[in-house]
Ligand binder design. Structure first.
Ligand code: UDP
Length: 460
């Protein structure tokens, strides 16, 4: 249908602002698809940074590129792994071009008509400032858990990092689910910058017309009740990133990495539930010594493994060149190393029996969606909170100490893949998978919330 004709039957024109980080792009693009299926016209705001959506895969959407955001200056890799600094600079740079873009759209220059609402990733908080200025309602998409939102809402005293050092196991009095060591931490060169970013994200969320969550009621029901006490606007736990077929090739956005398809045919040759998949996401950086402990731990475990060693995982290296001498030869028969995997398809593969993860929120819920139990090795940001949920609330994973040593790796892998405890965890993971699938199926809570969101936007 051409865009002019489509406009006659539409529910409104939504401007969506995704964040150019791997774990953020997918939830927003899937939300775009869901909202389009409900009769909204969609304009996606992009930068020329990676990852960015591939417009040719979305003929149904319109795309606007923000001027003056160059990959040379604003690529994530230029920030030495400091996510907060990256977000601060990105938000500062995007503000002016976004104002220009939104004013242009608002003047009805495009074929989609005036903008009904801006839907933005919570970390792209410049969108809130500009939407308020231009007087367009705004809805925020939170790509992390409700539990993380609550952890970050604690007052600063409760977030005091000294406790993490001195009493790491102590539960927080205001939030007993979390121990001091579970609180979010950020690699930051500038504490003030981090505080500013967190404050602005929080302000944007608590003042939005509504909050969409990349999570499900069945995963965090109690936390959503608590979050609703702090946010006056309605909350919609839709979990867009778990909608749509996980087995499809993920070519919908231009990633910073190329998926290595050979791991799927390698998995085809392995025994069901035997392989431990190892990936610590797109942002975390580790020391060379940690890479070596990972390598020898995997080698000594004698368990088939598929390991993602992405370029930049160890600062300034492609990762592979730092693997210990002889590692590839020794493990060739039962291990495979790739630089980037089609993760959703890997987790869906019958040979995968465990996931050693950093507990990024997407990785955690993708694993739950496939019923794959986890070894949790959180590092920065919200990952510690997520690991606590995985191990303590959902009971679908085991914790591994942050201070990595090869024998700890070996023992965690054996615990998950070979012990009685591992069998119990796997059973719980399968039960949780069923609950998640029910929530995402027709008539499930995710669809109910989507229906309510559609009505809400129509009457904004
Ligand atoms: N991912 C992938 N291939 C890989 C590693 C990760 O496709 O080899 C995807 C993964 O499926 C997830 C995203 O990258 O959707 C990572 O997001 P997450 O929130 O787990 O972690 P982050 O990268 O933000 O730390």
């Amino acid at each position: 249908m051409d865009k002019q004709k489509e406009r006659r039957n539409f529910n409104g024109h939504l401007v969506l602002v995704p964040c150019p980080l791997e774990g953020h792009m997918n939830p927003m693009l899937h939300l775009a698809k869901l909202l389009h299926s409900k009769g909204f016209l969609i304009t996606i705001i992009c930068t020329h940074l990676n990852p960015s959506p591939n417009p040719s895969h979305y003929p149904e959407f319109s795309f606007e590129f923000l001027d003056g955001i160059s990959p040379a200056e604003l690529g994530y890799d230029s920030f030495g792994g400091d996510v907060m600094l990256y977000l601060l600079v990105l938000n500062n740079k995007c503000k002016t071009p976004f104002r220009k873009c939104l004013l242009k759209l608002q003047k009805n220059v495009g074929s989609f008509g005036p903008v009904s609402c801006v839907v933005y990733d919570a970390v792209m908080y410049f969108s809130a400032v500009i939407a308020d200025e231009v007087e367009i309602p705004r809805i925020v998409l939170r790509t992390s858990s409700a539990t993380t939102f609550l952890a970050l809402s604690l007052d600063l005293n409760q977030r005091d990092l000294t406790d993490q050092e001195h009493h790491p196991e102590q539960s927080l009095s205001e939030f007993p689910l979390l121990r001091a060591k579970d609180m979010p931490v950020f690699n930051m060169s500038d504490e003030k910058a981090a505080e500013e970013v967190l404050t602005r994200i929080h302000y944007g969320t608590s003042t939005a017309s509504a909050v969409i969550w990349n999570s499900l009621h069945c995963l965090e029901q109690e936390m959503f009740n608590k979050a609703q006490e702090r946010i006056v606007s309605p909350i919609y736990p839709i979990c867009p990133s778990l909608h749509y077929n996980n087995k499809q090739k993920n070519s919908s956005f231009k990633s910073s990495y190329t998926e290595d398809e050979s791991c799927i045919s390698w998995l085809d040759t392995q025994t069901p539930n035997s392989v431990i998949y190892v990936s610590i996401g797109s942002i975390v950086r580790i020391a060379k010594s940690e890479l070596l402990e990972m390598a020898w731990g995997l080698a000594n475990s004698d368990q088939p493994f598929l390991w993602v060693v992405r370029p930049g995982l160890v600062d300034g290296s492609n990762g592979l060149e730092l693997l210990p001498n002889g590692f590839m030869e020794i493990t060739r028969k039962w291990g495979k190393v790739v630089q980037w995997a089609p993760q959703k398809r890997v987790l869906a593969h019958k040979s995968v029996g465990g996931f050693w993860t950093h507990n990024g929120w997407n990785s955690s819920i993708e694993s739950v969606y496939e019923g794959v139990p986890m070894i949790c090795w959180p590092r920065i940001g919200d990952q510690r909170v997520n690991a606590r949920i995985v191990g303590h609330v959902w009971k679908v994973g085991i914790e591994m100490e942050e201070n990595l040593e090869r024998w700890k790796v070996e023992s965690a892998i054996r615990r998950l893949m070979e012990s009685e405890e591992g069998v119990e965890i796997r059973k719980t993971a399968v039960e949780l998978k069923e609950k998640v699938r029910v929530s995402l199926g027709k008539g499930g809570s995710s669809w109910e919330f989507l229906g309510k969101l559609v009505d809400f936007i129509k009457f904004l």
